[in-house]
Design a binder for this molecule. Structure first.
Ligand code: FES
Length: 166
C-alpha cells in the first residue's frame, strides 16, 4: 500500500521508481482482477494519468488483456489517459444541477477554454470533466475546481472565476 509520504512525493520519483511502486501496489492487491479499479486508481495517483505504457504494464503484471484495462478506463470518467491540466474543472450534471443550469455552465466553460469535456488546454492549464451529484443539490448548479466546490454557479461568473485562478 502507498504510504502518505509516498503519495505526497510521487512527482519526485523516476519513471523506474514509479513502475516499481506500481508493481508493489499490484502485489498488495494480490494481482486480482476484482481489485483492478483500486489498482488503476493507485496507478493514476502515481503517474498522474494512465497512458498506454502504464496500461500495458498493468495488463502484463495482472495477466489481463490491454482491452480489458481499456474498457474499465473508458467506462469510468474519473480515469484519464491523457495528462491533466493544472486545474481540473468538473461540472456536475446530476439531475438537480442539470435542470438548474449545469449545461449552460458547461457550455460557457467550453467556450471560455476552447476545449470539450475530457480535454485539456494546449498550455496544460485546464482540464474539463463532468460528474454526477456531489451532494450540493440544494445549491445547484455546482462544479469543482481541483476538488473545491463552487455552488450556485452563474454562467456569467465563469470568466471571473477562471480569472481568479491565474
Ligand atoms: S445534482 Fe449536482 S450536486 Fe446534486
Amino acid at each position: 500500500m502507498l504510504t502518505e509520504d509516498q503519495t505526497c512525493n510521487v512527482h519526485m520519483l523516476t519513471e523506474e521508481e514509479k513502475y516499481n511502486l506500481l508493481k508493489n501496489v499490484i502485489d498488495d492487491y494480490d494481482r486480482k482482477e476484482s481489485n483492478l479499479i483500486q489498482i488503476l486508481h493507485m496507478a493514476q495517483a502515481i503517474f498522474g494519468f494512465l497512458p498506454a505504457e502504464v496500461q500495458s504494464f498493468i495488463a502484463d503484471e495482472m495477466e489481463l488483456s490491454v482491452s480489458k484495462i481499456n474498457s474499465v478506463l473508458t467506462f469510468y470518467s474519473f480515469f484519464s489517459t491523457k495528462p491533466k491540466g493544472e486545474y481540473t474543472i468538473s461540472v456536475c450534471l446530476g439531475t438537480a444541477c442539470y435542470v438548474r443550469g449545469g449545461k449552460e455552465v458547461l457550455n460557457r466553460l467550453k467556450d471560455e477554454l476552447g476545449i470539450d469535456v475530457g480535454e485539456t488546454t494546449d498550455d496544460r492549464k485546464y482540464s474539463l470533466t463532468v460528474m454526477r451529484c456531489i451532494g450540493s443539490c440544494g445549491l445547484a448548479p455546482a462544479m469543482t475546481i481541483n476538488g473545491k466546490v463552487y455552488k450556485q454557479v452563474n454562467p456569467n461568473r465563469i470568466k471571473r472565476i477562471l480569472g481568479m485562478l491565474k
